[in-house]
Design a protein around this ligand. Structure first.
Ligand code: ZN
Length: 248
Protein backbone atom coordinates (compact mmCIF):
# COMPACT_ATOMS: atom_id res chain seq x y z
CA UNK A 1 0.00 0.00 0.00
CA UNK A 2 1.16 3.51 -0.75
CA UNK A 3 1.73 5.85 2.18
CA UNK A 4 0.75 9.52 2.10
CA UNK A 5 4.43 10.30 1.63
CA UNK A 6 4.57 7.94 -1.39
CA UNK A 7 1.55 9.63 -2.92
CA UNK A 8 3.28 12.99 -2.72
CA UNK A 9 6.75 11.81 -3.74
CA UNK A 10 5.47 9.99 -6.83
CA UNK A 11 2.61 12.39 -7.70
CA UNK A 12 3.86 13.21 -11.16
CA UNK A 13 4.29 9.63 -12.30
CA UNK A 14 1.08 8.44 -10.62
CA UNK A 15 -0.58 11.02 -12.88
CA UNK A 16 0.42 8.88 -15.87
CA UNK A 17 -2.73 6.87 -16.56
CA UNK A 18 -0.57 3.90 -17.59
CA UNK A 19 1.04 3.85 -14.13
CA UNK A 20 -1.44 5.30 -11.63
CA UNK A 21 -1.60 4.16 -8.02
CA UNK A 22 -1.66 0.50 -9.01
CA UNK A 23 1.53 0.77 -11.03
CA UNK A 24 3.20 2.66 -8.22
CA UNK A 25 2.25 -0.10 -5.78
CA UNK A 26 3.75 -2.62 -8.18
CA UNK A 27 7.00 -0.67 -8.31
CA UNK A 28 7.07 -0.53 -4.52
CA UNK A 29 6.62 -4.30 -4.33
CA UNK A 30 9.36 -5.04 -6.87
CA UNK A 31 12.97 -6.13 -6.66
CA UNK A 32 15.38 -5.25 -9.46
CA UNK A 33 18.80 -6.85 -9.74
CA UNK A 34 21.25 -4.32 -11.18
CA UNK A 35 24.30 -6.12 -12.49
CA UNK A 36 27.03 -3.49 -12.39
CA UNK A 37 27.36 -0.13 -10.62
CA UNK A 38 29.30 1.72 -13.30
CA UNK A 39 28.35 3.77 -16.36
CA UNK A 40 25.01 2.09 -17.12
CA UNK A 41 24.40 1.28 -13.46
CA UNK A 42 24.46 5.00 -12.66
CA UNK A 43 21.35 6.10 -14.60
CA UNK A 44 19.62 2.75 -14.08
CA UNK A 45 19.93 2.74 -10.28
CA UNK A 46 19.30 6.46 -9.90
CA UNK A 47 16.12 6.44 -12.01
CA UNK A 48 14.80 3.25 -10.45
CA UNK A 49 15.44 4.59 -6.95
CA UNK A 50 13.74 7.88 -7.85
CA UNK A 51 10.82 5.98 -9.38
CA UNK A 52 10.23 4.13 -6.12
CA UNK A 53 11.20 0.55 -6.95
CA UNK A 54 10.96 -0.96 -3.48
CA UNK A 55 14.14 -3.01 -3.47
CA UNK A 56 17.30 -2.57 -5.53
CA UNK A 57 20.05 -5.17 -5.48
CA UNK A 58 23.33 -3.63 -6.64
CA UNK A 59 26.02 -6.11 -7.61
CA UNK A 60 29.56 -4.99 -8.44
CA UNK A 61 32.91 -6.20 -7.14
CA UNK A 62 34.86 -3.12 -8.26
CA UNK A 63 36.21 -0.08 -6.50
CA UNK A 64 35.88 3.53 -7.67
CA UNK A 65 38.76 4.62 -9.92
CA UNK A 66 39.62 8.07 -11.22
CA UNK A 67 39.12 6.93 -14.82
CA UNK A 68 35.50 5.90 -14.04
CA UNK A 69 34.41 9.40 -13.24
CA UNK A 70 33.83 10.74 -16.78
CA UNK A 71 30.61 8.70 -16.90
CA UNK A 72 29.86 6.96 -13.58
CA UNK A 73 27.96 9.66 -11.71
CA UNK A 74 27.04 7.28 -8.89
CA UNK A 75 30.56 7.92 -7.68
CA UNK A 76 32.61 10.96 -6.75
CA UNK A 77 36.18 12.14 -6.75
CA UNK A 78 36.23 11.96 -2.96
CA UNK A 79 35.17 8.30 -2.98
CA UNK A 80 38.03 6.85 -5.01
CA UNK A 81 39.03 3.35 -3.83
CA UNK A 82 35.69 2.89 -2.07
CA UNK A 83 33.69 -0.19 -3.05
CA UNK A 84 31.39 0.85 -5.89
CA UNK A 85 28.40 -0.69 -4.13
CA UNK A 86 29.02 1.41 -1.01
CA UNK A 87 29.69 4.54 -3.03
CA UNK A 88 26.44 3.95 -4.96
CA UNK A 89 24.51 3.43 -1.74
CA UNK A 90 25.52 6.89 -0.50
CA UNK A 91 23.83 8.56 -3.46
CA UNK A 92 20.85 6.24 -3.70
CA UNK A 93 20.02 6.40 0.02
CA UNK A 94 20.24 10.19 -0.10
CA UNK A 95 18.02 10.36 -3.19
CA UNK A 96 15.35 8.07 -1.80
CA UNK A 97 15.67 6.64 1.72
CA UNK A 98 12.41 4.72 1.21
CA UNK A 99 14.08 2.29 -1.21
CA UNK A 100 15.75 -0.69 0.38
CA UNK A 101 19.18 -1.54 -0.97
CA UNK A 102 21.06 -4.81 -0.98
CA UNK A 103 24.73 -4.40 -1.80
CA UNK A 104 26.70 -7.31 -3.22
CA UNK A 105 30.40 -6.64 -3.64
CA UNK A 106 31.11 -9.91 -5.40
CA UNK A 107 31.57 -10.96 -8.99
CA UNK A 108 28.57 -12.81 -10.39
CA UNK A 109 29.50 -16.35 -11.43
CA UNK A 110 27.77 -19.49 -12.65
CA UNK A 111 28.10 -20.92 -9.12
CA UNK A 112 26.76 -17.98 -7.12
CA UNK A 113 24.14 -16.58 -9.54
CA UNK A 114 21.21 -18.29 -7.79
CA UNK A 115 22.31 -17.10 -4.37
CA UNK A 116 22.96 -13.52 -5.50
CA UNK A 117 20.06 -12.89 -7.88
CA UNK A 118 17.62 -14.65 -5.54
CA UNK A 119 14.04 -13.53 -5.88
CA UNK A 120 14.54 -10.54 -8.17
CA UNK A 121 11.69 -9.75 -10.59
CA UNK A 122 14.01 -8.62 -13.38
CA UNK A 123 17.72 -8.32 -14.12
CA UNK A 124 19.22 -5.22 -15.72
CA UNK A 125 22.52 -5.55 -17.58
CA UNK A 126 24.84 -2.73 -16.56
CA UNK A 127 27.94 -4.80 -17.15
CA UNK A 128 31.10 -4.01 -19.02
CA UNK A 129 32.04 -7.54 -20.09
CA UNK A 130 30.46 -10.35 -22.06
CA UNK A 131 31.71 -13.13 -19.82
CA UNK A 132 29.44 -12.00 -16.97
CA UNK A 133 26.65 -11.09 -19.39
CA UNK A 134 26.60 -14.72 -20.57
CA UNK A 135 26.44 -15.94 -16.95
CA UNK A 136 23.47 -13.64 -16.31
CA UNK A 137 21.83 -14.66 -19.58
CA UNK A 138 22.07 -18.37 -18.78
CA UNK A 139 20.68 -17.81 -15.29
CA UNK A 140 17.84 -15.62 -16.60
CA UNK A 141 16.85 -18.14 -19.30
CA UNK A 142 16.98 -21.07 -16.88
CA UNK A 143 14.79 -19.26 -14.37
CA UNK A 144 12.46 -17.53 -16.87
CA UNK A 145 13.55 -14.13 -15.59
CA UNK A 146 13.35 -11.10 -17.86
CA UNK A 147 16.76 -9.66 -18.72
CA UNK A 148 17.27 -6.17 -20.09
CA UNK A 149 20.51 -6.15 -22.05
CA UNK A 150 22.50 -3.07 -22.96
CA UNK A 151 25.94 -2.39 -24.28
CA UNK A 152 27.83 0.78 -25.05
CA UNK A 153 30.81 1.76 -27.14
CA UNK A 154 32.16 5.25 -27.75
CA UNK A 155 29.18 7.52 -28.48
CA UNK A 156 26.84 4.64 -29.30
CA UNK A 157 24.92 1.87 -27.62
CA UNK A 158 22.19 -0.73 -27.95
CA UNK A 159 19.55 -2.42 -25.88
CA UNK A 160 16.93 -5.16 -25.96
CA UNK A 161 14.57 -7.08 -23.69
CA UNK A 162 15.08 -10.83 -23.43
CA UNK A 163 12.65 -13.38 -22.06
CA UNK A 164 12.71 -16.65 -23.99
CA UNK A 165 10.77 -18.46 -25.26
CA UNK A 166 8.84 -15.34 -26.21
CA UNK A 167 12.00 -13.56 -27.33
CA UNK A 168 15.56 -14.23 -28.37
CA UNK A 169 18.23 -14.39 -25.69
CA UNK A 170 21.64 -12.75 -25.58
CA UNK A 171 23.36 -15.85 -26.96
CA UNK A 172 20.95 -16.01 -29.94
CA UNK A 173 22.15 -12.66 -31.24
CA UNK A 174 25.69 -12.58 -29.86
CA UNK A 175 26.85 -16.21 -29.91
CA UNK A 176 30.44 -15.16 -29.32
CA UNK A 177 31.89 -12.44 -27.13
CA UNK A 178 33.87 -9.70 -28.80
CA UNK A 179 37.51 -9.67 -27.71
CA UNK A 180 37.92 -7.90 -24.36
CA UNK A 181 39.42 -4.44 -24.61
CA UNK A 182 39.55 -1.11 -22.85
CA UNK A 183 37.04 0.60 -25.10
CA UNK A 184 36.31 4.30 -25.54
CA UNK A 185 33.20 5.67 -23.87
CA UNK A 186 31.65 9.08 -23.34
CA UNK A 187 29.27 9.77 -20.45
CA UNK A 188 26.19 11.28 -22.09
CA UNK A 189 25.41 8.39 -24.48
CA UNK A 190 25.74 5.95 -21.57
CA UNK A 191 23.09 8.08 -19.88
CA UNK A 192 20.83 7.71 -22.95
CA UNK A 193 21.10 3.92 -22.98
CA UNK A 194 20.92 3.51 -19.19
CA UNK A 195 17.85 5.74 -19.02
CA UNK A 196 16.18 3.57 -21.66
CA UNK A 197 17.01 0.46 -19.63
CA UNK A 198 15.40 2.04 -16.56
CA UNK A 199 12.34 2.90 -18.64
CA UNK A 200 12.06 -0.69 -19.92
CA UNK A 201 12.26 -1.95 -16.32
CA UNK A 202 9.54 0.43 -15.13
CA UNK A 203 7.30 -0.54 -18.06
CA UNK A 204 7.80 -4.24 -17.41
CA UNK A 205 7.16 -3.92 -13.67
CA UNK A 206 4.04 -1.78 -14.04
CA UNK A 207 2.73 -3.57 -17.12
CA UNK A 208 2.46 -0.38 -19.15
CA UNK A 209 3.63 0.31 -22.68
CA UNK A 210 5.48 -2.08 -24.96
CA UNK A 211 8.87 -3.45 -24.01
CA UNK A 212 11.68 -4.09 -26.50
CA UNK A 213 10.87 -7.72 -27.23
CA UNK A 214 12.60 -9.14 -30.30
CA UNK A 215 13.91 -5.70 -31.18
CA UNK A 216 17.45 -4.44 -30.78
CA UNK A 217 17.39 -0.66 -30.43
CA UNK A 218 20.63 0.90 -31.61
CA UNK A 219 21.65 4.44 -30.74
CA UNK A 220 24.22 6.17 -32.90
CA UNK A 221 25.27 9.15 -30.83
CA UNK A 222 27.61 10.54 -33.46
CA UNK A 223 24.77 10.99 -35.94
CA UNK A 224 22.04 11.47 -33.32
CA UNK A 225 20.10 8.57 -34.79
CA UNK A 226 18.12 5.61 -33.44
CA UNK A 227 17.84 2.48 -35.55
CA UNK A 228 16.12 -0.79 -34.85
CA UNK A 229 16.84 -4.35 -35.88
CA UNK A 230 14.26 -7.11 -35.59
CA UNK A 231 15.81 -10.10 -33.88
CA UNK A 232 14.54 -13.62 -33.46
CA UNK A 233 15.42 -16.74 -31.55
CA UNK A 234 18.03 -19.06 -32.90
CA UNK A 235 16.44 -22.53 -32.65
CA UNK A 236 19.96 -23.95 -32.29
CA UNK A 237 20.91 -21.51 -29.50
CA UNK A 238 22.81 -23.49 -26.85
CA UNK A 239 21.16 -21.44 -24.09
CA UNK A 240 17.48 -21.06 -25.02
CA UNK A 241 17.19 -23.39 -28.04
CA UNK A 242 15.51 -26.17 -26.01
CA UNK A 243 12.66 -23.98 -24.79
CA UNK A 244 9.22 -24.22 -26.34
CA UNK A 245 6.57 -21.55 -26.14
CA UNK A 246 4.15 -22.23 -23.31
CA UNK A 247 6.32 -24.72 -21.47
CA UNK A 248 9.01 -22.50 -19.98
ZN1 ZN B 1 19.09 -18.00 -27.16
Amino acid sequence: MLTDRDKVRYTRQILLPEIGGKGQERLKGSTVFIAGAGGLGSPVSVYLACAGVGHLVICDDGRVELSNLNRQFLHADSRQDMLKTESAAEILAALNPDVSLTLISRRLTEENAGELVGGADIIVDCLDNFETRYVVNRYAVKNSLPFIHAGIYGMSGQLSFFQPPETACLACIFPEAPPPEIFPVLGAPVGVIGSLEALEAVKYLTGCGTVLKNRLLIFNGEEARFDEVTISRDPACPVCGGLTRGTA
